[in-house]
Design a protein around this ligand. Structure first.
Ligand SMILES: [Fe+2]
Length: 224
């Protein structure tokens, strides 16, 4: 149904998996409508303590879990996009740690949806006690390369910034000379990275950005 292309990047070094899915226009529109609907009907989560989201609208429900097998667009997103990509990322992760795959990893997934308006963003944060964090972009903001007076590698509005966890490192090959890395996603892209890496989305001037975000806490390996 969807074709996809995956690229890996290993800044600092952490595993950043970027997969762009084609033919997602109608799915993205359905997700946008559904997220707008639940944001109108459910409590807003952004007025709670310690949430990093600044000014954006974030619905207080576990969207991927609560609506799986109930809303077609969420079921399709999980079955065709998120679950296969989580499997790929966790394979890379456990291979890098253990030099083997964990065939049936068990994890507890938490998820939410956020709509960003111009000027809204998140403060740098990690997802505590989780293994991986993923962001699916069903809508990207307009004018993504519009930041003046910045060096060329940090000019993209609305990009995802990942911060170097050891900026004092003197090991250039581990990313010691870079303070951060930016990724400018496209609509239909899913980015998965480790939850312990500090990250934040940059603000933008025009349009709306819509994301479905999830993270997974590792519970162990399923036997058999
Ligand atoms: Fe985050």
């Amino acid at each position: 149904m969807f074709n996809s292309t995956t690229n890996y990047d290993f800044p600092f070094p952490v595993i950043v998996q970027r997969t762009v899915f084609s033919n997602t226009q109608s799915l993205n529109l359905e997700l946008g409508k559904f997220v707008e609907f639940i944001i109108k009907t459910k409590p807003d989560a952004t007025n709670q303590n310690y949430i990093a989201t600044e000014s954006a609208k974030q619905v207080d429900c576990n969207i991927l879990v609560d609506y799986y097998n109930k809303e077609k667009c969420i079921t399709t997103l999980m079955d065709k996009i998120i679950n296969p990509e989580v499997k790929k990322w966790t394979n890379k992760h456990f291979n890098s740690l253990l030099n083997r795959e964990i065939v049936n990893p068990l994890y507890h997934m938490t998820s939410w949806a956020t709509l960003y308006d111009p000027g809204s963003w998140q403060t740098p944060h990690i997802h505590r006690e989780k293994m991986f964090t993923g962001v699916y972009y069903f809508k990207m903001n307009d004018d993504t390369s519009n930041v003046d007076h910045q060096s060329p590698d940090v000019r993209s509005e609305g990009s995802l910034v990942i911060q170097n966890p050891h900026p004092q490192s003197c090991q250039p090959l581990l990313g010691g000379w870079q303070t951060h890395k930016e990724y400018l996603p496209v609509e239909g892209e899913l980015i998965i990275m480790p939850s312990w890496v500090s990250h934040f989305p940059k603000p933008f001037k025009k349009g709306t950005r819509g994301v479905i975000v999830f993270d997974g806490a590792f519970l162990g390996e399923q036997n058999g």
